[in-house]
Design a protein around this ligand. Structure first.
Ligand code: ADP
Length: 213
């Protein structure tokens, strides 16, 4: 694979044609306050590189079909539920020791913690566990609820939110993952925060790869 580096004017031409194409060479030249001849070299480079199509009497248009550009932007509006991973969940009285074991066996960096009804109450990450292991505490006897980051400090996302919004929250709060949650009523009538998924930086990397084709 090879890459072409376009100069600033060439990038501005691409931008203009994307927005206003098909557009004649004269109209492009007018926008830049230049003569048609002064732009000829740049336009030739862009046509030869396959970025612009040139049609007689029509002018220049962007060579990539609309649907490709649109498809790629649509990914950002895809729903979290389409990309989320399976959550790893433990009950809040589970020991920190078993939390560590679960991190290895389930190959995850974050574990979501729920109460006996299955309502999200907290989460533990690698750092939370490392912090605990620095002390001389007995990891078998300490429940994860002691060390977890707890509600209402949890940053969550809903399955129908966009992946772009999920990425924003991950970056804004400098965290690795978000519990994907929805409200649910238990048999006893209690409304709980039900964890239905996990949205992580890996999911973002997956989306990034799809955009790159
Ligand atoms: P790591 O510990 O592997 O670096 P994070 O950067 O995700 O992972 O976690 C850093 C801290 O942020 C931890 O204390 C963790 O409990 C907390 N944290 C992680 N995810 C969330 C979240 N979704 N909402 C609130 N706090 C979180």
């Amino acid at each position: 694979m090879w890459e072409i580096e376009f100069n600033e004017r060439q990038r501005e031409i691409i931008d203009l044609v994307q927005k206003h194409g098909p557009i004649t060479g004269e109209a492009i030249a007018k926008t830049f306050n230049l003569s048609r001849a002064a732009l000829r070299a740049d336009l030739t480079v862009l046509v030869m590189a396959g970025i612009l199509d040139a049609k007689p009497r029509v002018g220049y248009s962007y060579a990539f079909p609309d649907f490709i550009v649109k498809d790629r932007q649509d990914i950002f509006h895809a729903k979290v539920r389409e990309y989320q991973s399976l959550p790893v969940i433990l009950e809040e009285n589970t020991s920190v020791y078993d939390g560590i074991v679960a991190m290895f066996t389930e190959d995850t960096g974050t574990i979501f913690i729920t109460d006996a009804d299955g309502s999200l109450t907290g989460l533990i990450s690698r750092k939370d566990i490392l912090k605990q292991t620095l002390g001389k505490s007995e990891l078998h006897n300490i429940p994860v609820k002691i060390i977890m980051t707890r509600s209402p400090n949890l940053i969550t996302i809903c399955p129908d939110d966009s992946v772009l919004e999920a990425a924003r929250r991950i970056i804004a709060h400098q965290i690795d993952s978000l519990p994907v949650v929805e409200e649910k009523k238990t048999a006893s009538g209690r409304t709980i925060i039900h964890v239905v998924g996990r949205f992580t930086k890996t999911n973002i990397a997956q989306i990034f790869l799809e955009i790159g084709g």
